[in-house]
Design a protein around this ligand. Structure first.
Ligand SMILES: [Zn+2]
Length: 268
C-alpha cells in the first residue's frame, strides 16, 4: 500500500542515506556516515563550523588594534568605554559558485545582525569542520530560510543554477558593545582569524582634512598669482618685487600649513 500524501523525505547530502529527524530537529548527524547536516524546510545541506583559535582576551587585542588603527577616530582604543561582550557561533549561509574552474564563496547572514559586514568575511579555506554538537549551547539557530538567502544572492548577481554547494556554517564571533560620545556601537571579532568588523563606528573626520587641504591650495594659488600680477607692470623691479613677496610669504606659509596638517593628524 502506498500513502497518497507525500511525506517529507530527508536524504543525507554526503551518502544519500535516509534521515529520520525527530519533530522540530534541525541539526542532524547522519547515522550512516556521521556527516553533520542542517534541515532547511526544502533542502538538506551540510552543516559546518569554524573552530575558534582564540579566547576573549586575545580577541580583545584584535579589537584594540582595530580601534587604534587608521579607520577609526583618533584614540578610540583609549576613549571607548566597554559595555559588554558576548560569544556565539553565528549562523551564515555559505554558497560555493564554480565559474570556469574557479571557486567563489559567498556568505549571507542566516540570522538577524546589525553587522552585515559579516558577509565580507573571507573564510579561511580548509578550516571548516563538521559541526560539533558541543557548540550547541553557543550556536544561534538560523532564522533566515535558505531560499531567502538565495534571493539575496540573486540580487548580488549570482543565479541559483550557478551554485555548486550550499551549506550552513556557524562562525565563532565575539560581539563587543562600547560607548563613545553618548552613542553605543557594535564591533565583531571573528574568533578564528581575529578579523574585526563593524558597520557603524566613530570614523575619522575627513572634513577637517579636506578643509586644511582646501585652505592650503587657495593660499598658494594667491601667492603664485602675485608674480603674474606684478608682470603687468612690465618693469624688472615690479617682477622682482612680486617674486620676492611670493617666495618670502610662500616659505613661512608652507611651514604654517605643514604644522597645521601635523596638528590635525594628531588630534582628529
Ligand atoms: Zn550520510
Amino acid at each position: 500500500m502506498t500513502n497518497a500524501a507525500p511525506t517529507t523525505q530527508f536524504l543525507c547530502t554526503q551518502c544519500g542515506g535516509e534521515l529520520h529527524p525527530d519533530e522540530g530537529q534541525l541539526f542532524v548527524t547522519c547515522p550512516f556516515c556521521s556527516s553533520s547536516v542542517y534541515l532547511d524546510k526544502k533542502k538538506v545541506v551540510f552543516h559546518w563550523y569554524l573552530a575558534p583559535t582564540m579566547d576573549e582576551p586575545k580577541a580583545r587585542t584584535f579589537l584594540t588594534r582595530w580601534m587604534a588603527g587608521n579607520d577609526t577616530v583618533k584614540d578610540l582604543d583609549k576613549k571607548a568605554q566597554p559595555v559588554g561582550v558576548n560569544f556565539e557561533y553565528f549562523p551564515m549561509w555559505y554558497f560555493k559558485r564554480k565559474v570556469g574552474g574557479n571557486e567563489q564563496i559567498f556568505l549571507e547572514p542566516a540570522a538577524a545582525t546589525s553587522v552585515s559586514e559579516l558577509k565580507r568575511l573571507a573564510l579561511p579555506a580548509g578550516d571548516l569542520r563538521k559541526y560539533d554538537h558541543q557548540a550547541d549551547a553557543d550556536a544561534t539557530p538560523p532564522t533566515v530560510p535558505l531560499d531567502a538567502a538565495q534571493r539575496w544572492l540573486q540580487s548580488r548577481g549570482v543565479q541559483p543554477t550557478e551554485i555548486a554547494e550550499s551549506a550552513l556554517v556557524h562562525l565563532p564571533v565575539f560581539t563587543y558593545k562600547y560607548r563613545y560620545k553618548d552613542q553605543t556601537y557594535t564591533a565583531l571579532v571573528e574568533a578564528a582569524t581575529g578579523k574585526t568588523l563593524a558597520n557603524l563606528f566613530p570614523a575619522k573626520d575627513e572634513t577637517t582634512y579636506q578643509a586644511v587641504a582646501g585652505l592650503t591650495l587657495v593660499v598658494f594659488l594667491i601667492l603664485a598669482a602675485i608674480p603674474l600680477f606684478s608682470a603687468f607692470f612690465d618693469t624688472p623691479e615690479a617682477i622682482g618685487l612680486g617674486m620676492l613677496i611670493c617666495v618670502g610669504l610662500g616659505i613661512p606659509a608652507a611651514g604654517v600649513f605643514f604644522a597645521l596638517a601635523a596638528w590635525v593628524a594628531a588630534k582628529v
